[in-house]
Design a protein around this ligand. Structure first.
Ligand SMILES: NC(=O)c1ccc[n+]([C@@H]2O[C@H](COP(=O)([O-])OP(=O)(O)OC[C@H]3O[C@@H](n4cnc5c(N)ncnc54)[C@H](OP(=O)(O)O)[C@@H]3O)[C@@H](O)[C@H]2O)c1
Length: 376
């Protein structure tokens, strides 16, 4: 997407042009969302966006303001955002601790989400994306927490219409789960995958993909009062070999237990424990650090078990791998979603005006749900 400063003179120029032609850009579109609401829009469009002018505590630095798009460059499509999740990486970006930073401040937060195209590029037939299509952004730090976005068709990926929350959460967490299961170990049906953060959005996708790939998945979650209920919910995502335990339970079963892949998004002691049960020569992939504790390696695992430690970052994969591979992965995941074989994480839809609830609760831990901003 072009930066706002780069587009502003063009917008002003186009704004004058469209004002002088009186009708403006016709951008009527209709689309069926999960609430079967019809979207019809013309430019200019007015809505709200979240913005921050300095890095810091999200609930302190984020504000909600009105904005208007009068006109856009002729090769741009305009997208009405439908829903966007609040992921830990979004909060880290606002805090200024995430490696992807906005090009400049003030910036609009939000890395992923789904929207409906309300205006295609001005030259008919040139654009593979049509009015009414659902799209997700192609690049991170896109600024999805706003009512409308625009960019060239290369800035978006078209996806089939599906359940709203599934679409809004398609591009980051399930893709991360998919890549980690595919790219680090050659796993055969019956092999075991062990993961911590088993109730995270990534963790829930791992459980479901293990089921699809015929793998046995062992998921650790932090001990909690409602563990039984959580376990019952997570079990419904898996197969008959799915195991859900607390971090503490693993120690009791370590002796006879071996896994062929370990996935770590927590760090600290919990990462050390899942590494201890890795089979000789196998890999632990670290993709998150929710506990903010370093990963401590047991010396014996390295010497006697020759375990491998790798990191994974979806953003790097998207940047470095062919776009065709990404499309193929999104197609696979979309098909799972459309056939009811992949369901989105436990979630709570939050009206845009109540965005603070989403930010504050996501930062708390033990929330049990992914907060999804639903735009007006
Ligand atoms: N490398 C990548 O490309 C990539 C891609 C996607 C996600 N991630 C990372 O993966 C992790 C999970 O993301 P998500 O969107 O799936 O998360 P999420 O749905 O928001 O869930 C957060 C998870 O972290 C756990 N957690 C929170 N605070 C914790 C703490 N202090 N100690 C231990 N566990 C804690 C939560 O467990 P409780 O219920 O016990 O609080 C929950 O399992 C994050 O670190 C995220 O940045 C990385």
């Amino acid at each position: 997407m072009m930066s706002k400063s780069a587009t502003r003179p063009i917008l002003r120029m186009l704004g004058r042009f469209y004002a002088s032609t009186s009708s403006g850009v016709e951008a009527a579109a209709s689309s069926t969302t999960s609430t079967t609401q019809t979207v019809k829009q013309t430019l200019p469009v007015t809505g709200h966006k979240l913005a921050y002018s300095e890095f810091g505590d999200p609930s302190a630095v984020i504000r909600r303001e009105r904005f208007q798009i009068d006109a856009v460059p002729e090769n741009h499509i305009v997208v009405k955002m439908l829903a966007s999740p609040v992921n830990p990486a979004d909060l880290n970006t606002i805090q200024g601790t995430y490696p992807v930073k906005p090009a400049k401040l003030p910036a609009v937060p939000g890395n992923e989400g789904v929207g409906v195209v309300i205006k295609t590029a001005a030259i008919p037939g040139r654009d593979p994306i049509n009015e009414g299509d659902w799209v997700i952004p192609r690049t991170p730090a896109f600024g999805t927490w706003q009512a409308f976005v625009h960019g060239s068709s290369e800035d978006f990926i078209k996806i089939p219409q599906m359940d709203l929350v599934t679409a809004a959460t398609l591009s980051v967490n399930p893709c991360t789960a998919y890549r980690m299961l595919k790219d680090f170990e050659t796993l055969k049906p019956g092999d075991r995958v062990i993961q911590n953060g088993g109730n995270s959005a990534v963790g829930q996708a791992v459980i479901q993909l293990c089921r699809e790939f015929g793998l046995k998945c062992v998921s650790l979650v932090r001990p909690r009062e409602d563990f039984k209920q959580l376990k019952a919910k997570l079990m419904t995502l898996g197969n008959s070999d799915t195991i859900i335990i607390t971090d503490d339970d693993l120690r009791g079963m370590m002796r006879d237990f071996k896994a062929q892949l370990a996935l770590n998004c927590v760090g600290g002691k919990c990462a050390t424990d899942i590494m201890r049960v890795l089979d000789t020569g196998r890999t632990m992939v670290t993709y998150g650090g929710m506990s903010r504790q370093p990963v401590v390696l047991p010396t014996s695992s390295l010497i006697f078990n020759d375990v491998k430690l790798k990191g994974f970052w979806m953003t790097r994969w998207n940047r470095t791998q062919p776009h065709e591979d990404r499309k193929e992965m999104l197609e696979y995941l979309s098909n799972l979603a459309l056939t009811g074989k992949w369901i989105p994480p436990e979630h709570k839809l939050i009206p845009f005006a109540k965005y603070r609830d989403a930010l504050e609760n996501t930062m708390k831990g033990y929330t049990g749900v992914k907060y999804i901003i639903k735009f007006d």
